[in-house]
Write a protein that binds this ligand. Sequence first.
Ligand code: UN1
Length: 492
Amino acid sequence: MQLNNYIGGSWQKTEGAAYTAVLNPANGEELAQVRLSSKEDVDLAVQAAKKAQKEWALVPAPKRADYLYEIGRIMKEKKEHLSQILTKEMGKVIEEARGEVQEGIDMAFYMAGEGRRLFGETVPSELQNKFAMSVRAPIGVVGLITPWNFPVAIATWKSFPAIVAGNTFVWKPATETPMLAYEMALIFEGAGLPKGVANIVFGTGSVVGTAMIEHPDVRVISFTGSTETGRSVAEAGGRHLKKVSLEMGGKNAVIVMDDADLELAVEGILWSAFGTTGQRCTACSRVIVHKDIKKDLEEKLLAAMEGLTIGDGLDESVKVGPVINEKALKKIQKYVEIGREEGAQLLVGGNVLSDGNYANGHFFEPTLFTNVKWDSRLAQEEIFGPVVSLIEVESLEEAIEVNNSVPYGLSSSIFSQDVNKVFQAQRDLDTGIVYVNAGTTGAEIHLPFGGTKGTGNGHRDSGVAALDVFTEWKSIYIDYSGKLQRAQIDTE
Ligand code: UN1
C-alpha cells in the first residue's frame, strides 16, 4: 500500500516520488510505504488550501460545524477499524487505541458545538450611539505538525478547531504514523468536506515541516513534538512573524504524601507511567514520595509491576506495548545507564527485551529507580519510555519545589487525603495540568491542554483555548450618531 498526499481533494501521484516504509513496532512488519514529499508538494498543498479558504470562510460557522458532526459520526462508525490500525502502526495497546480514537470523536462533537458559539463580546462604547463588539475571524491557511504518539487525537485537537473557525489547513503527520492520517483523509472525503479545506502532505520535518514554516501563505503553525524541534520551529516561525503554537516535552511527577491512599496511588502511577509505554508527553516519569511511606510505596509498586504483561498491543491481555523504534529504545537504554552512573538504585527492569516474541519488535522492560537525586539527569530530562524515578522528600513544600525544579511544566499530580495540602498543591504546582488523587495522564478534550516553561510557548491545544490559536480577534466599532465622534476626546 502506497500512501500519497491528499491535496485539494485528490490523491497526488508523481512519477519518481520517494517513499519510506512504515513498520509495525511490535514485529517489524511493513505496513505501508509513505511518500517523502518535497518543498514543491507543500507549495501545491498551500495553494489548494489558499484557494479553498476564501469560500470556506464565508460558509456560516454552524454549517461548517455540520461537517464536523458528520466526521465524528463516521469516526464512531469506524472506531474499531481505526483503533486496530493505530495499534499496528504506533504500538499502543488496543484498549488505549480505542480510548485515543474516542478522544478524536469527542473533539469532533465538541468543536462542532462551537459552530453555534464562537463567542465574541459586545461591550458598551464610551461614545453615544456607537456600538462596539469583537468577533473571532478566521486566519487563513494554517499548518499542522503532529507527533506519532497520539496520531489521531492530537490531529483532531488541531484540525477540528481550525475547520470550525473557517481556516483551511495543510497537515504534516509524523512519518512513523501516516496510516491514520490517510484514514482521516478518507473520513474528510466521506463527510463531503469541500475540496482544499483539508490537505495532507507526508514527509520529514526537515523538508516538509520547514517548507510549511517558511511558506509565506501559511499564517499559523501548530506543532506538537520535542522541545528541541519546537525551539527551531519557533525560531524559524519568528523570523516570518508567524503565530506559532507549541506543545512539547514533559517531566511529569506524581507526589505521594504520607496520608495518601497508597493502593490508589500505585494504580495511578502504574497507569500514567507505563500506559502507552511511557510515551505520552503527560506520562509520569518521577514519583516524589514522602519519606515515611517510601519503603511501603516501593514494595507495593514492585508487586504491582509484576502484573504488567509486555507484548503486541493487539493482544487484549497485554498492558505494555513496544516503543516506537530502535532510536527510542537506544535513548531509553542510555538513560538507564546514566541513572546507574549517577548512583540511582535500579529496583526492577532496565533491559531491552529481544528474545522469542520480542525479537523483531522494540520492547523495553518497565523500569523503576529509587533514591534518585532530584537534580540528576535521570530526574530532569525527558526519557519518553517506561522508566520511573522515585525521589524522597520530607514535606509538601519540598515536594512542590522538586516538582517545579524541571525545565518542563505539563502535568503534575498529588495523592493526599488532606484538603489543605491539596489546595496548596494545586495553587503552587507550576504545570498547565494538575491532578488530585489521579495520575498525570487523562486530559479531557474540553479543557485547555498545554504547559508552562519548556513545555510550551503560552498557547493551548484543546478546549475553547484552541480557538485562540486558530482565530484572529477583530474589534468592530459602528457609529450610528451621524457625526464625527472622537474616542478619548469627545467623551464629556
Ligand atoms: C500526549 O501525551 O501528547 O492526557 C497527549 C492524556 C491524553 C493526551 C496525551 N488525553 O494523556
